[in-house]
Design a binder for this molecule. Structure first.
Ligand SMILES: NC(=O)c1ccc[n+]([C@@H]2O[C@H](COP(=O)([O-])OP(=O)(O)OC[C@H]3O[C@@H](n4cnc5c(N)ncnc54)[C@H](OP(=O)(O)O)[C@@H]3O)[C@@H](O)[C@H]2O)c1
Length: 326
């Protein structure tokens, strides 16, 4: 028997309870895994609280990522005892996810845990940190060099934002962090490597089509009017990696930054990211994240605390990364 957080729907409300299950309850897949850690991402918050239509089939075990140990495998790529990490592929949305002591998954979805990382560290990074790495990689691919100028990170005290700030600083970029919680999180953002912290209210005023050019690159986790303001302030030939919608999924912008300033808007998706790109991103995360990141920007909780943290993350009240110990 093992413990899992199970979501059910009653009268259109999502109800989360901890249940005792056995392996026969698990969905199909080639690899059976003892989950060491899962993590809490914004999408998990939407799924567990029912505030977002993430899950369509109930009962469902949430948890869009996990790290654990292979118990048994019908696929020759994985052997008993191997350490693996999983993010995305719809796990925790339409296939039972990581907030469970056991999971059964497709071998194609797994990535071997990179050398230099353990399960806990992998989930301190989690989907959010992995996505931050993809965003930073998008700026590297766009050939944005540190000497080009400042890089802006929005939603900076969240999971994606805090890792993006850390990674960019480690790569030698000058980072400006935008947060709605300057007093609470300013010192942490500076410790992670931000050279200045800007109040989000400055990005919530309606944007003119073009404003003063300030940013050589940007990682946006917020969307909506904040992204629109960011676009209006981008330098000539700069690039924005956009991955999130914490402030809304609309984008009230104009074509002006694109057609007059050669600004590139690169979307970033982590869910269907191809395996080769995943492996490269995990290796780079091991290389770039300093020990201090894990000490400063992560909280560990037990499974029964997940519903409360889910509520908090949807209200923008979580700082850094939250890992769930299974
Ligand atoms: N494309 C992908 O594959 C992918 C993968 C992972 C995450 N995401 C998306 O990226 C976003 C961030 O995810 P996360 O896990 O880092 O979430 P998170 O930890 O909740 O971080 C989001 C941050 O955005 C800011 N924020 C919250 N509400 C806001 C609002 N109404 N207006 C403006 N800013 C607001 C807050 O930062 P401050 O307090 O510092 O302002 C918050 O900490 C989410 O939208 C998530 O769905 C996408």
């Amino acid at each position: 028997m093992f413990k899992a957080l199970v979501l059910n729907q009653e009268e259109k409300k999502t109800i989360a309870t901890i249940e005792q299950l056995d392996d026969s309850h698990l969905p199909e897949g080639e690899v059976l895994i003892d989950v060491d850690y899962s993590s809490l991402n914004y999408k998990d918050g939407l799924a567990i609280t029912g505030k977002g239509k993430i899950i369509r089939n109930f009962p469902m075990v949430p948890g869009i990522d996990l790290a654990g140990t292979v118990v048994s495998s019908e696929d020759t790529r994985y052997q008993t005892g191997d350490k693996v990490v999983l993010t995305g592929w719809g796990v925790g949305e339409n296939h039972w996810g990581g907030m469970s002591q056991r999971a059964r998954l497709k071998a194609d979805w797994l990535v071997p845990l990179p050398t230099g990382m353990d399960s806990k560290k992998a989930m301190m990074v989690g989907t959010a940190g992995f996505t931050a790495m993809l965003c930073v990689q998008a700026l590297l691919d766009a050939d944005i060099k540190p000497e080009a100028g400042e890089i802006l990170v929005t939603g900076a005290s969240g999971g994606v934002g805090s890792v993006a700030v850390t990674l960019l600083a480690q790569l030698g970029y000058k980072v400006a962090a935008v947060t709605g919680r300057v007093e609470q999180n300013g010192p942490l953002l500076e410790k992670l490597g931000a050279s200045r912290v800007i109040d989000r209210s400055e990005f919530e005023e309606p944007a003119r089509p073009l404003e003063k050019q300030v940013w050589a690159g940007a990682v946006d986790t917020v969307g909506s009017k904040v992204l629109s303001k960011v676009l209006a302030q981008m330098d000539y030939n700069s690039a924005v990696a956009a991955c999130g919608l914490a402030g809304g999924f609309d984008l009230p912008t104009t074509v002006m930054p694109f057609i007059l300033r050669n600004v590139r808007l690169q979307g970033v998706d982590s869910v269907m990211c191809p395996t080769e790109k995943r492996i490269a991103a995990w290796e780079k995360l091991v290389e770039l994240l300093p020990e201090s990141f894990y000490e400063q920007a992560c909280t560990e909780v037990e499974l029964d605390a997940a519903p409360q943290y889910a509520e908090d993350i949807t209200n923008g009240q979580v700082t850094g990364r939250v890992v769930i110990k299974l």
